[in-house]
Design a protein around this ligand. Sequence first.
Ligand code: OOG
Ligand code: MG
Length: 256
Amino acid sequence: MDIERLAGHLDDARRHGQEVERLTLDAPDLDLPQAYRVMDAGIALRVSQGERVIGMKMGLTSEAKRKQMSLELPIYGVLTDAMVVRGTFHLRGTLHPKIEPEIAFRFARGLQGAPDRAGVLAACTGVGPALEILDSRYRDFKYFSLPDVVADNASSSHVVLPERWVEVEGRNLAAVELVMSVEGTPRQRATGAAISGDPVLSVVQLCALLAARGQTLAAGSVVLAGAATVAEPLAAGMEVGLTAGWLGNLSVRVEP
Ligand code: OOG
Ligand code: MG
């Protein structure tokens, strides 16, 4: 399997805003471990272009998302500084962006091995609401396989991170109510429990996935726990808001 060539193909598609056929059409043998290597090679390309890795995201950690994408297993992806959006998101250069409600974690120290729930909570230095903007490099954004989506960095495109990080100690993230609105009208609603039963468990699972690949979560990382609900398509002129109880609020304006 030519890992570098596949990574370069997807990176070209991303940089030129041009959709491509899913990799498994041409490389039907691409398996999940190889797909993660394509992801790593794609991130190495972005780093060589001047980007910096700032953290990780879990994906497909809610039943709603697994159903929406017809895929069965949680996966992870890598976040870079170039993905961070503040206030306004410009659609130019995107293909078929969608937005979804998330909970973000921050870790001042790194996490090694496979910590349990208590280990993750002890290392966590803040939580907050986040909006993830997905954009697949694949035609029509649907009907792809797990290796396809993993190779494409789990459809990562952009992310609106918390404006304020809140102390998580003694609080229950599973009970937080997340409401994602467009122009103030609620469109998607779920509690934190929709995310892996408890968003903290998404981070536990991320660490296990990383450990299985001989990797660790770097000091200073942010982590998205995975969307609580299905994603909504983005269009110019939209104002998307997220309310998340004691975690706080967030919004982003979408422009052409
Ligand atoms: C894969 C990425 C899933 C999430 O939060 O579940 C994801 C996709 O939906 O294309 O980011
Ligand atoms: Mg997501």
